[in-house]
Design a protein around this ligand. Sequence first.
Ligand code: HEC
Ligand code: HEC
Ligand code: HEC
Length: 291
Amino acid sequence: MTHSETTPSFYGLFTVFLSLALLLPSTQTIAESWDAPEAVIELPPTSLAQWYKPENKRQVFLHTMFRLRQSLQAVEIYSQKGDQQQLDKWATILQENYAKLPEMVPEWKDETRQETVKKLLAYAKNGDSKKLAKSIKQLNKICEGCHQQWKAVVTALYRSPDYSKLSVNEGQESHSYSDFMEDLADTLGVLKIAREDEELETARQTVTKLGKQLDHLSNSCSDCHRDPQPRERILGSATKDSLNALHSALNKPHDAKESGRHLGTVGFTVCGRCHSIHRTLGDIRGALKAE
Ligand code: HEC
Ligand code: HEC
Ligand code: HEC
C-alpha cells in the first residue's frame, strides 16, 4: 500500500522527521564513516494512539483486529457449509467491524477499500458463493498488505512495555529504571574485575551488594506482572542459589573456574534473560519515539 499517494504531507513529514533523526550531526559522521545503509521507517498516523493504552482503557484497535479475523473465518466456514443465516450474520459483523477502521484512523480510509467488504456482504446475502470466494481473497490481500507495512511498527509503538515512568526503590531512594540499570552494570563490573584480580574480599562484598540490588529490582516486577511466576523464573530461588555458590567460590582457596561459571550463570539467567524479554522491544519503541 502506498500511503504517500493519499496523504503525502502527513507521511512526508514523518519521513523527514525520521530521516532528520537518523542524520543529526553526531549520527551523520558515524553513519558516514561506517558507510551504513539507511532505512527509513514510516510511522503510523498518531490518531492510532487514542485506541491504545494509556489513552484508552482497552487495546481497542487490536481487539477490532481479532474480531475481523474471527468474523472472516466464520464467513468462510458458513459459506462452505451453506448455512445462509449464519453467513448473513457473520458477514454483517465483518462489514461493521471493517467499517470501524477508517472511523478510528481516518488517514487509512482509502487504503482499507471499504467497497470490497460491502461487495463481500452483498454476495454473502444473495448466496453467490463464487463471487463471495473471490471477495474473500481480495480482502485477505488488503489485510496482508496493511500488515506488511504497519503491523510490526504499531506493535512496537503501542504495545511494548514502557519503563520510562517506572522506578526502583532502594530504601528511601528512588531510581529510574535506566539509572538503576547503570548501577547494576557498575556492580557487575566491579565484581568481574575483583574476581579476576583476586581481590576476594571485595568480590564477596560485591556479590552481597548485587543480591541486595536484585531484591530491590524484584519489587518492581509486580508493577506489570500480577502473578509471581515471572519474578521467580528470573530472580527466584535458582538465582539466590547461584549467588550463594558464587559467594562461596570466592573464598580462599579461590577456584576461579568455579566462580567464573557461577558468575556466567548469573549474567546469563538474570541480566541476559530479562533483557531478551523486556529490553529489545522497549529499545525499539524508544528509537521510534525519539525525534
Ligand atoms: C489499515 C491497516 C490494516 C488492515 C486493513 C487490517 N489490519 Fe489487521 N492489523 C493492523 C495492525 C497495525 C495490526 C497490529 C496491531 C497491534 O499489534 O496492536 C494488526 C493486527 C492484526 C491481528 C493481530 C495480530 C496477529 O497477527 O495475531 C489480526 C488477527 C488482524 N490484524 C486481522 C486482520 C484481518 C482479518 C484483516 C482484514 C479483514 C485486517 N487485519 C486488516 C492493521 C490492519
Ligand atoms: C513495564 C512492564 C514490565 C515490568 C516492570 C516487568 N515486566 Fe516482565 N514482561 C512484561 C511484558 C509486557 C512481558 C511479555 C508479555 C507477558 O508475558 O506478560 C513480560 C514477560 C516476562 C517474562 C516471560 C513470560 C513469563 O510469564 O514467564 C518473564 C520471565 C518476566 N517478564 C520477568 C520479569 C521480572 C523478573 C521482572 C522484574 C524484575 C519483570 N518481568 C518486570 C512487562 C514487564
Ligand atoms: C526487568 C528485568 C531486568 C533485569 C533482571 C536486568 N535488566 Fe537491565 N534492563 C532492563 C530493561 C527493561 C532495560 C531498558 C530500560 C529502559 O529502557 O529505560 C534495561 C537496560 C539496561 C542497561 C542500559 C541502561 C540504560 O541506560 O538504559 C544496562 C547497562 C543494563 N540493563 C544492565 C543490567 C545488568 C548488568 C543486569 C544484571 C545484573 C540487568 N541489567 C538486569 C531489564 C532488566
